[in-house]
Design a protein. Structure first.
Length: 230
């Protein structure tokens, strides 16, 4: 394993005022390192700051203090332009809800982020088709989201997240909106795709059975990250 992690959070702190006299401390010295080829599960009680942590790791928010390094680059205090470029180039996101663009087909939803990064349309369409084939959705390539089941939509969303071959995948309850059988199937495909590409992944879930299938599990509690102890 390469000594340099793909994602490094060190001493990350984040507080919110929310209009109250006393600020609310959400993260208090959170530390985390994730290496290439490693899938880490994140478990957190409701209100513990899981979304805040994912937003900071995904360069969608900035910490009050601490370090956020992505692919060896310090990003905590980088410019908005640099953070945006890193998100597009190095990060993939999967959410509980698929957030596919309804007016575009499955294939087009996967092509668009590649075009945004400057890839040619032919190469983008070829990669989109290959990803759909990996998740057994070649026959749905020209279908729009409304014509697909929830599990199919989420598989397309996973393909979209991987379209630009990111170094790091961030997933927030990626199967939380699916029935148990579909969730297991979709999660298997997600794990297979991540492992095949040797990317790093941080997957937040309330499902302990799914978390147990990852390489390791951490828990966020009282603003800090610690190994999960079953």
């Amino acid at each position: 394993m390469n000594d340099q992690p793909v994602l490094r959070l060190e001493g990350v702190e984040k507080s919110y005022n929310l209009g109250r006299p006393n600020e609310t401390r959400v993260l208090s010295g959170a530390d985390l390192r994730i290496h290439a080829g490693e899938i880490v599960g994140l478990i957190a009680p409701s209100g513990a700051g899981k979304s805040t942590l994912l937003h900071i790791a995904g360069l969608l928010d900035t910490p009050d203090a601490g370090q956020v390094d992505l692919c060896g680059q310090a990003m905590a205090r980088a410019t908005d332009a640099a953070r945006s470029a890193a998100r597009c180039r190095d990060l993939g996101f999967v959410y509980q809800f698929h957030h596919l663009l309804p007016e575009f087909s499955a294939l087009e939803n996967i092509v668009l982020p590649q075009l945004a990064l400057g890839h040619g349309e032919g190469a983008a369409r070829a990669r989109a088709a290959a990803l759909l084939d990996r998740v057994d959705l070649s026959q749905r390539a020209q279908h729009r989201p409304a014509q697909m089941s929830g599990g199919e939509q989420q598989r397309v969303a996973i393909c979209r997240a991987l379209a630009n071959a990111p170094r790091m995948l961030l997933a927030d309850e990626p199967t939380g909106n699916l029935d148990p059988d579909t969730a297991d199937m979709v999660f298997d495909m997600l794990l297979d795709l991540v492992r095949a590409s040797n990317m790093a992944a941080l997957v937040a879930t309330h499902n302990h059975a799914l978390a147990a299938r990852m390489d390791r599990v951490v828990v966020l509690s009282q603003g800090q990250i610690a190994p999960h102890r079953p």
